[in-house]
Every structure is written in C-alpha cells, then in structure tokens.
Design a protein around this ligand. Structure first.
Ligand code: AHR
Length: 502
C-alpha cells in the first residue's frame, strides 16, 4: 500500500478558477459539424438541424466557450461562404483536411447553435490565406450595430442584433509548417499586432488571443512567444498553447505522467510572457489560453496516411479517437495541472467536442454517447469552480519519461460559497492502492459528501454506443467525519473527493 498525504487550509488561497478553462472546440473537420452537432433529418434534430441529443450532453458539460471554426480549417476559410441563402453557398475544397466543405453550416448557424447549447463562440480569424481586412470585416459582421456594409449584411440575413463575440483568436498554429500560410515568428508577430490593433479600433471591448506554440516540442518554442509578445504585448490579452499527448510506445507509467510536461510548458510560457512584460515596461499580465489540449494518437497516423489520397467528400470520418480509461486519467491529470496554474491559465478548450478527438461521439443517423474522457471533464466543470488552494502534498514517486513522477496527483478547490471542498486526485500506480491521509484541520468541521471514482479493471477499456463500460461510481466504502482521516485510492483511478466544510 502506497502512503500519501495532503494538507489543505481555507486560508491558503492560490487563485480563483476562471470558468472559461472548461471550454471546448468545434472545427469544420471530419464529423464534428456535419453528422455531429448538425444533422438535418436526424430524428433528434430540431428545426435548425441541430441534434438535441448532442446538445443535452454538451449542456451537461457546461462549456462556457466553444472555439470556432478551426483549427487548421480556419487558415483557408472564407467566412462569407457560410452566410446568406443556403442554396447559394458554394462548395469548397478544404485543403487542411482534404474535405469537401458544403457550407450549409456557417457563422449564423454557429451563433444560433451556441445559444441552444448554452455556450458562446470564441471566434478564430484566418491569418493564413487572408489577413487584416478580412478579420475586420468579420468582426463588423459579428459585433457592430451601425448602418455599415457588413453589419447590414448580417441584418439582411435575418440577424438584427450583433452577436457580441468577446474572444477572438488571431489565426491558428501559425508556427506550424502544416498550416496554410505558415509564418516565421517575426512575420506572425507583425501580422498579429497590426490585425489586433485594427480589430480593437472597430470594437475595443474584444479580447485577443495571439498564437503561441503548437506544442512543447516545436523548434521555435519559446523564441516564438518572446518575439510575438514583445511585438504585440499591448494589443493582445492572451497567448495560446496547444498540447496533445500520446501513448504510441505503450509506456503507460510515462503516459500517465504527461501532465508533468504540460506543467513545464505552462511555466515556460509564463516566463516568456513575463520577459516580454519587462521588455515592454507593461503593467498587465498576459493570460494563457490553452485552446487545444487532449490525448490524440489512436487513429492519428492512419488518418494522416489515408488523407494523402482521399477522395473529396463531405464530412469523412477523421480523428475519431476511441478513448480508454488510461486516456481519461491523463485528461484528469491535465485538468489538475491547469487548475494548479489557475492564476495564469484563464481559458482552455478541450479539443474537440463532438466526434473529432472528442468526449462525445455520435453515429450519423444513430445515437450519441459519452466517451471515457467525458467524465473527468464533467467532474472538473461541475465541482472545480471556486478558488484553488495551495498544494501541500507528498507521495512516493517513480522514474519515467518525464523524470520523477509522484504517484499522487491532486488539487484542492474551495467552492464559490466556501461550503464545499473538492479534492481531485489520481493514483498513478498501476497495481497498488494508495492510502491518502487528509489533514484539513484549517477547515474545522469536515464531512464527506461523496467519493466518486473512475477506473476499470482493464485500463484499455472503452465505451461504445451500446455499452458504457467505463463510468463513475460512488465509493460506498469511503468515509470521513472529521478534519483528519484517510481515503483509499485504487490503482490507476481518477477520484473526486467532495467534502462539506461548514
Ligand atoms: O484539433 C485538431 C487540429 O489540431 C487543429 O485543427 C489544429 O489546430 C491542431 O493541429
């Protein structure tokens, strides 16, 4: 039995959690839009063609923002193709995903869908094949209430009120050679600064996200951040980070510690941002928008190969990762890392939401179901709002690809009303139980509300349309009725320990 310890105190506050870290992402990619959120004619579709079964799963997750429309897709997208009478909209070749884009779902449909799904759009502009003027036109269409050309166009399309989209991404992964219109750091820095300035002149209320690195392994990281932020510091509000993890070599102990890499990546981006703050003599802090994160590898290489010669079709199944229990534990650990950096990570978008590297799967013409990774995200979104407390935990550790990894991964959050303490905890050991001693004397009276656990006997277990093999269970054998006590964490498990503290 491993022995670990966790001390939390209500006065040891680190930072308020920004609810936008529970955001997500829908790209025109594979069956995310067509056959995912939008499927006219489906028995569950509403009058707009939006799948209500999918919307109810999204509503349960309670995602504050949905990044749209890409991703790599945005870097060759013409947003005007997706507005106005549907029968007049062109079909286009989307070079990013070798797909035929029918444009039957566009900006106005996305805005209506977001409303139905109880979320808001986080809009990305095309800085690949287009640029400043187009970004400003799009912003005018979305946000401006004046008798001007693009605002009038929106009204003529039946939308009198502006959409008031608050967060805008200045392009996507412009550091990546795979990106249409890929740029050097200096080229991108100038484009982002000038585009951002022009956009804020049209609507000063918006917030802007500059592209950061597409992963911790990019050759230009962290020079990219230094150069971009030194140029655009005053104009932008956030720097993006993208990070996907894999278990290609089936090294599960290392895979389960992937968030140690994420932790270092975040710390380095903060350092680069703070360096730019010093150089520019600024007083503001740049926030982090981790606007693509997930596990992605099960079908990635196959898809890349298949795409080389794929015929041009609408919504070919792409990036349809089927997630298992170990993936869900990695997701839980990544969420813990984001929460620990709540003072700087203000936005995070799980990539993506439906069918494409997603917590929600659908069958075109069929059902919708929850993948394993749905659950840690749900738990964090539901119970991980309030204030993150400083960590004081200790646990034995093991050596892995990322160095020394503690068996215990945890974070404690005090609810907004101060009446509930939630401890998210992972036992990374594959075969040993962990006795977790909790020292919560700083809270006075403490009692367990419930201990929720996600695990499976076979760590590679997955969910399907008909069988939900991996789902959370309430641990009946756990108890805690005072400020000190122990809870047993099973091997390779994600745990939500909910405590009443008043
Ligand atoms: O989320 C899938 C893809 O991953 C996005 O289009 C791109 O930004 C990233 O490389």
């Amino acid at each position: 039995m491993l022995k670990a310890r966790l001390i939390a105190d209500k006065d040891m506050k680190k930072a308020a959690v920004d609810r936008r870290i529970y955001s997500s992402f829908i790209e025109h990619l594979g069956r995310a839009v067509y056959g995912g959120i939008f499927e006219p004619g489906h028995p569950e579709a509403d009058q707009n063609g939006f799948r209500k079964d999918v919307i109810s799963l999204i509503r349960e997750l309670d995602v504050p923002l949905v990044r749209y429309p890409g991703g790599n897709f945005v870097s060759c997208y013409r947003w005007e193709d997706g507005i106005g009478p549907v029968e007049k909209r062109p079909k286009r070749l989307d070079a990013a995903w070798r797909t035929l884009e029918p444009n039957t779902f566009g900006l106005d449909e996305a805005a209506a869908w977001a409303k139905e799904a109880g979320t808001e759009l986080m809009m990305a502009v095309n800085l690949g094949t287009r640029g400043l003027q187009d970004a400003v036109n799009l912003l005018e269409y979305c946000n401006i209430d004046a008798p001007s050309k693009y605002a009038e166009m929106r009204r003529e399309n039946g939308h009198p009120d502006p959409y008031s989209i608050g967060i805008w991404c200045l392009g996507n992964e412009m550091d990546g050679k795979w990106q249409t219109g890929h740029k050097t750091p200096v080229e991108y820095a100038r484009t982002a600064a000038e585009t951002g300035r022009a956009m804020k002149r049209i609507d000063p209320s918006i917030e802007l996200v500059a592209c950061g690195s597409s992963g911790s392994n990019m050759a230009t990281f962290p020079e990219w951040e230094r150069i971009v932020l030194t140029e655009a510091y005053d104009t932008v509000d956030y720097i993006s980070m993208h990070q996907y993890y894999d278990n290609y070599d089936d090294d599960t102990p290392s895979f389960l510690a992937s968030n140690l890499d994420l932790d270092r990546f975040i710390a380095s981006v903060i350092s680069a941002a703070d360096y730019a703050k010093a150089v520019t003599r600024s007083h503001k802090d740049i926030g982090i928008s981790l606007d693509e994160w997930n596990v992605w590898y099960h079908v990635r290489r196959e898809d890349e190969k298949r795409m080389e010669n794929m015929p041009w079709t609408v919504a070919p199944p792409l990036c349809e990762e089927i997630y298992n229990t170990e993936d869900a534990i990695v997701i839980g650990c990544m969420l813990i890392t984001m929460l620990r950096h709540a003072d700087r990570v203000r936005i995070a978008c799980m990539a993506q939401l439906v069918n494409v590297i997603a917590p929600i799967m659908t069958r075109t013409g069929g059902g919708a179901w929850k993948q394993t990774i749905y659950y840690p995200f749900l738990h964090a979104s539901k119970y991980g709002r309030g204030t993150v407390l400083h960590d004081a935990s200790s646990s034995p550790s093991y050596e892995c690809r990322y160095g020394d990894a503690p068996y215990l991964e945890s974070v404690s959050i005090l609810s907004e009303d101060g009446g509930e303490l939630t401890v998210f905890a992972v036992n990374r050991s594959l075969n040993e139980d962990m006795e977790l001693s909790l020292d919560l004397r700083g809270f006075g009276n403490v009692s367990l509300i419930e201990h929720i656990e996600l695990r499976s006997d076979d760590i590679k277990m997955v969910n399907t349309e008909t069988e939900e093999n991996v789902r959370p269970q309430v641990r009946k054998d756990s108890s805690l009725s005072s400020a000190e006590g122990t809870i047993i964490l099973h091997p390779a498990s994600w745990n939500v320990i909910r405590l009443k503290v008043r």
